[in-house]
Design a protein around this ligand. Structure first.
Ligand code: URP
Ligand code: ZN
Ligand code: ZN
Length: 460
């Protein structure tokens, strides 16, 4: 059935105008004033509302075996939460262990999404071991449409790789034209500092940040930059939490390194004082790299406004407080790392970014949708509103006023890191390839509608 969205304030990374959008089949068929509705078409009146391109979250964990447990969402709750919050495409980190074969890992991750996801999805393929067999399988995975890798310079003994593997991964990525997303922290330093703090009796969640300070992350970025410079690979620093790390990447960019920077919603909204909440409540706010002080938060907003930071993702990694975060009582190194926010990212960045005057509307759309589409081989199918693009649209109500609460959230986790936070706007309708998936914050779509997005290497 056709869909006509009338009189919306169409807002992309570059444009802002009032018009109607006609969606036919899965794509945008016409954009103009006074478009007539074809017979049988549904009409949505978007007068006074924004119409944004579907938002893209390029850093998500849905299925994640990690730190002795599993993240809580599956593609049922996770994709519904994404859509309710305006995210129509997610890119999940496919993270098999060092012992697993990359191809069977990829097939396992894919099997969790196929037939269940309501939103469109793709994967970044984690390289957690590099040898001849892994290389062969990685080439095959890229051929199957997964045109990006993920590496961890942290999590020694779990997902982390050594410098030889880092070099080989970047060399392969350069050859294949795929981009490498990277978690940058110096694993040796983190391990040593964790040991020292625990030996001093510093066991609570407030010691997570001192165990992985700003410079340890900046060193990780600098390290990656050196390898990217030597290989010519294109790299993307995930979940950048502080100004020193941003500058390490920016300095490399000036030397000609092909690097892009991601930050995530928790760093823009929360600071280190949350992890120091009494009675172990701080565990809800433990993620890696850790939440930082206000000075770094301000610097991240400024780097986003100046477009030094390309994207705002979530690093959605949901672990319950009860039974999961609690595993780290008496030892902060055992608190499963992660903060859930796939449902809240768009409303938070709109409210605390656009509404507070920190960024403009175009930067908001660019950072939360368009840049991810461009970097990861989805543009212009996704990430913009144009003839022929997928009809992934968010009709956004800037008059809405409400608050975030665990009680009303779709994410399958027993707390919200943003409990009681006011929001000033929310999606009133969300479409994926022309199908209405959300109306007034209620999921009305179909599980299993989401498609795997095959992506071509774009960094050749
Ligand atoms: O704390 C985090 N970030 N948890 C998820 C795993 C990762 O490092 O992205
Ligand atoms: Zn990470
Ligand atoms: Zn992550």
């Amino acid at each position: 059935m056709a869909l006509l969205i009338k009189n919306g304030r169409i807002t992309t990374a570059t444009d802002h105008y009032v018009a109607d959008i006609l969606c036919e089949g899965e794509t945008i068929a016409a954009i103009g004033r006074g478009l007539a509705a074809p017979a049988g078409a549904e009409v949505i009146d978007a007068t006074g509302k924004y119409v944004f391109p579907g938002f893209i979250d390029p850093h998500v964990h849905i299925y994640l075996p990690f730190m002795g447990t599993y993240s809580k969402d599956d593609y049922d709750s996770g994709s519904r939460a994404a859509l309710v919050g305006g995210t129509t495409t997610l890119i999940e980190m496919c993270c098999p262990s060092r012992q697993e074969e990359p191809l069977s890992g990829y097939e396992l991750w894919l099997s969790k999404a196929e037939g269940l996801s309501a939103c469109d999805y793709s994967f970044h393929m984690a390289v957690t071991r590099f040898d001849d067999s892994a290389e062969k399988q990685l080439r095959e995975i890229v051929k199957r449409g997964i045109a990006s890798f993920k590496i961890f310079l942290a999590y020694k003994g779990a997902f982390g790789i050594d410098d030889y593997e880092l070099y080989q991964t970047l060399r392969l990525a350069k050859e294949l034209g795929v981009i490498v997303t990277a978690h940058c922290e110096n694993a040796e330093l983190v391990g040593a500092m964790q040991k020292r703090l625990l030996a001093e009796g510093k066991t609570g969640p407030e010691w997570h940040e001192p165990s992985r300070p700003v410079r340890v992350e900046a060193e990780g970025v600098h390290h990656l930059m050196t390898f990217a410079e030597q290989t010519g690979a294109h790299v993307y620093v995930v979940h950048t939490s502080n100004s020193d790390a941003v500058w390490a990447a920016a300095a490399a960019r000036q030397r000609g390194v092909h690097v892009w920077i991601e930050t995530v919603a928790p760093y823009l909204m929360l600071d280190e004082t949350y992890a120091a909440k009494p009675d172990f409540e701080g565990a809800k706010y433990v993620m890696s790299p850790p939440l930082r002080c206000k000075r770094h938060q301000d610097a991240l907003w400024n780097a986003l406004a100046s477009r030094m930071i390309s994207t705002v993702a979530t690093d959605h990694a949901p672990f319950d407080y009860q039974g999961q975060k609690e595993m780290g009582r008496g030892d902060f190194t055992k608190i499963p790392n992660g903060i859930p926010s796939i449902e809240d990212r768009v409303n938070l960045v709109y409210t605390y970014g656009v509404q507070r005057g920190r960024i403009d509307l175009h930067t908001f759309v660019d950072a939360c949708s368009t840049q991810a589409a461009k970097l990861f081989g989805l543009f212009p199918r996704k990430g913009t509103i144009a003839l022929g693009s997928d009809a992934d649209l968010v009709v956004y109500d800037p008059q809405y006023r409400g608050t975030i609460s665990q009680k009303t959230q779709t994410m399958n986790v027993d707390y919200s890191a943003f409990e009681g936070w006011p929001i000033e706007g929310r999606p009133s309708a969300v479409t994926v390839r022309g199908a209405v998936m959300v109306r007034e914050a209620k999921f009305v779509g179909q599980l299993g509608y989401g498609k795997l997005l095959k992506r071509e290497p774009t960094h050749v």
